[in-house]
Ligand binder design. Structure first.
Ligand code: NAD
Length: 292
């Protein structure tokens, strides 16, 4: 068996087209503000991509670049100003913040109804309670990719490896809400292989290249690989690197469907950020959620 490839590039392009259409239907142009503190090279790339894709979706995009030594109070003050800015529907503070800065305090300053990363306590609470809120983008994108292979998760067994606040925990809640029976595995799980082999849907969000292999995968399972790891790639030339996931390529021999890295969950994450922004924009105008 060779797993069907769950193409996040193609799916995210469709989602972005729906988002752009929904944005056109709103009385005002949705606005996304991204705050970048410091010069982290990966963050610079992410922010550039978010800015470009927001503009392509027809949004107003506001990027605020602050030096790494900006006092925390100033970052909080900027977030508070954006909370009150009518042109801004979504606020994203790019993580990680420079060392020494209290990320929780900065996140807590974001108006929950503009929190398009879904990281505030209010949105985490809404997700836990099953109430309407803004859901973290990577788990949301993972769900959409899983639905490509398994549209109905009712009665299915799902295993999420990794229990981070950003990915693992919200993903487990979304899978439960979709009627899957969910197990969370993590660094202290006793027999990871046995737990994973129970999964109809196996999600890896760990950050360890090739942690899961074909021996962790049940025949025909849907595998969602959230991991993004940069590793040496001597085959591409000296000093070259490449991106790989948490799941080894041999898992495709056993899985029924599997997301690639790159080109799987990654592109879905930004598309879901745009989706959250258009949802936030509609809700802030008292309109029904657009169908995105
Ligand atoms: P994290 O470091 O916050 O969490 C990692 C989790 O993995 C922890 O809960 C830990 O318990 C678990 N873990 C560590 N070692 C383990 C082991 N040996 N066995 C089982 N579990 C183990 O990471 P994160 O922020 O959740 O990110 C996870 C991965 O997903 C990273 O590679 C990150 O780059 C990637 N990521 C991708 C996207 C995307 O857009 N595709 C977005 C966010 C994160």
């Amino acid at each position: 068996m060779t797993a069907r490839v769950l193409d996040g590039k193609a799916l995210s392009a469709k989602l972005r087209a729906r988002v752009a259409e929904a944005a056109k239907g709103l009385p005002n142009t949705p606005g996304l503000a991204v705050v970048l503190v410091g010069e982290d090279p990966a963050s610079q790339v992410y922010v550039r991509n978010k800015h470009r894709q927001a503009e392509e979706a027809g949004f107003k995009s506001f990027v605020h670049r602050l030096p790494a030594d900006t006092p925390e109070d100033e970052v909080v003050a900027l977030v508070e100003r954006l909370n009150g800015d009518e042109a801004v529907d979504g606020i994203l503070v790019q993580m990680p913040l420079p060392g020494g800065m209290d990320a929780l305090r900065v996140i807590a300053a974001i108006d929950p109804d503009k929190d398009v990363d879904g990281l505030t306590e209010t949105n985490a609470g809404r997700l836990l309670l099953g109430r309407r809120g803004l859901v973290p983008c990577t788990p949301q994108g993972s769900m959409m990719l899983a639905a490509e292979a398994l549209p109905d998760l009712t009665g299915k067994t799902a295993v999420v490896v990794g229990r981070s606040i950003l990915v693992g925990k919200p993903l487990a809640l979304l899978l439960q809400a979709a009627n899957a029976t969910v197990t969370m595995a993590h660094s202290r799980t006793a027999d990871l292989q046995a737990v994973c082999r129970e999964a109809d849907v196996l999600c890896a969000a760990v950050g360890r290249p090739g942690l899961l292999t074909k021996d962790h995968v049940k025949l025909g399972a849907v595998v969602i690989d959230v991991g993004i790891n940069r590793v040496d790639a001597p085959e591409k030339g000296e000093g070259k690197t490449k991106l790989v996931g948490d799941v080894a390529p041999d898992a495709a021999e056993v899985a029924g469907a599997m997301t690639p890295v790159p080109g799987g969950v990654g592109p879905m994450t930004i598309a879901c950020l745009l989706r959250n922004t258009v949802l936030a924009a509609a809700r802030r105008r008292g309109l029904a959620d657009p169908d995105v």
